[in-house]
Ligand binder design. Sequence first.
Ligand code: SAM
Ligand code: SF4
Length: 332
Amino acid sequence: MNPLVDPFGRAITYIRVSVTDRCDFRCVYCMSEDMTFLPKQDLLSLEELDRLCSAFVRLGTRKIRVTGGEPLVRRGVMTLFRSLSRHIGAGALDELTVTTNGSQLARYAQELRDCGVERVNVSLDSLNPERFRKLTRWGDFAQVMKGIDAADAAGLKIKINAVALKGVNDEEAPEMIAWAHGRGFDLTFIEVMPLGDVAEARFDQYLPLTELRAQLSRRYTLAPSTHASGGPARYFDIAETGGRLGFITPLTHNFCESCNRVRVTCTGTLYMCLGQDDAADLREPLRRSESDSPLETAIRAAIARKPKGHDFLIERTESHASTRRHMSVTGG
Ligand code: SAM
Ligand code: SF4
C-alpha cells in the first residue's frame, strides 16, 4: 500500500490521537474552569479509535501519540493501548506513546510499559505545590510526583514538558532543569499558544523562549544539540547537568518544512495542521461501513490537502484566540 505523502513531499508517519476532551485538571492556559465537554455519544468508541489508528498504521504511520484532554482518565483506555501494542509486536509501529498530566500514572505506569510504551511525556509547569495548584486549578502535586516515580520505576523514559509563562514560572526554570536532569529526565519548555479562548489575556502570559534562553545562559552553558525529534523542538545540551533541554517555539520559529504529523480528535476529526482550521471528518466513513476502505479513502483525500504551514499570531491589541479550538480538543 502506498504510504501517505502530502503535496509538499512530506511523508506523514506520526499521528497524535486525542481519546477524550475531558480532564481532571483545568490548567489556566488550556481550559476555563467551567469547560463544557462534548456529549459522550459524539466520542469514538475505543474499538473505533483502534480501527482508525490501525488504518493509519496500514498507511505508513510509525508513531502514535495518545493524548487528550487527559488520555488516562478515559474509561478503559488501557484496552486501546493493549490492542495497539500488537502493531509494535508486528514491527508495523515504531513507537506508541502518551502525553499525560501524570495524575493517573501511579495506577497505569506498569501497564503502559507492558503494552510496549517506552517513553511518556509528562506535563509539569511547576515544582512548587502551591503554584502547581494555581496553574492547574484542580491538580494535586503529590499525586503527580507519585505518578512520575511510578513511571520511572516501571522503566519508562520520561520527558517533562513545561509551558513557560511570563512572571509565573519563569523564575523556576533553573530549578526545574536541575530537578529534571538530576533525575535523568529530558525537559522541554513550550511557548504558550493562542488556542481556544480562556479567561486570561494571552499576551500577558506570552514569554518568548529566546528571552528564557538568554536568561538561562547566564546560569548554564547551553550548546546546540545534534538531537532532532523531527518535531518543532530545538535542543541544547547543558554542560553543568549533562542533560538535554528543548524549546518548542511555534510562535517565533517556523518548523513546518519538516512536519510529519497530523492530529485526530476524540470525535474522529482529522486536523492536517495544528494552526489551521481545515479538517476532515473520519467518523462518518468509519461508521458507514465495516470495511476500512471508505476510511482510508477519506484519510488519503485529507492528506492531499495538508497545508504548507501555519499562521499563529498573538497581537498586542487583542487577546482572542487565532484558532477557536482548545488544545484539549485537537490534542496536544
Ligand atoms: N492532559 C495532557 C497533558 O497535560 O499533558 C495531554 C493534553 S495537553 C492539551 C498537551 C500539552 O499541551 C500539555 O503539555 C499542555 O501544557 C499543552 N498546552 C495546553 N494548552 C496550551 C497552550 N495554549 N499553549 C501551549 N501549550 C499548551
Ligand atoms: Fe488538562 Fe492537559 Fe489541558 Fe492541563 S493541559 S487542562 S492537564 S488537557
